[in-house]
Write a protein of this length. Sequence first.
Length: 277
Amino acid sequence: MFARGTGRALLMTGLVVAATLAGATQAGASPYGGFTATCSSAADASERFWTNMSWDTFKSKDAGYFADGLRITQLDIEGNDVTATWQPGSGAQRVHWGLSTDQLESLDATYFSQGLRLVDLDYDGDWAAVWRPGSGAQYWRSGIPSWTDFKNQNQVYFDQGLRLVDVVITADDDITGVWRADQGTAGQLWTSGLLGSGVDSNNESQFDRLNRARKEAGWELQIVRTHPHDSYVMGVWRYRGGSFQQSTNLYQTTTALANMRIYCQERGMRLVSVDVK
């Protein structure tokens, strides 16, 4: 399915202290499950983070955080649980869940015409999506059957000046990508099929080694996604240059993620990618 940057709905019409983790049942310790997250240096590292939420709890928290000047940057659905990150932002925000692909396409066309662009997508039997102000072209495509097809599609949009802002890998291994034209012109790299389990003599997995090498060369990991059924990982890096801090951990329990977030915030980093399997 192609859609131009063209249910049940929550329409939100943008200071913060340390985030909070709710519950301890969402993510297990399986090497193929749990939380995968990366954080990176930011001028303002404040944020809010909650997991193991019902949609009613999410709706309530989002309304309060919106009034406090926060906007959703990450939204992940897994079963009946919702995970979200809020960070300082401004302007309109629209959030919908329980969407079919046709409903998502229709809403996206409507919001595109209003100057809103997709910030985050996730799928777990149906779609959840977040739109915020943006500009220029936007395209998303779902049901991409292979990484070869994804590579070809990404190259077309990259050559048009668009950059990846989100990737979803569904339980049947179909791939969805979101590309936008308002993300700057910096270089972007992506790699799939990286082993996230198993370590070498330096205690690094294949993914760890590549991520470290790219970070040292000035490439910032902005999206990391784990496959639903195995220990492979895909990542998207944008060129940042200079010196910055970054921390990435795969397949974490809720407690491990809480400790990672403390580590990141104490060093001026905030979450840039969260994936829950």
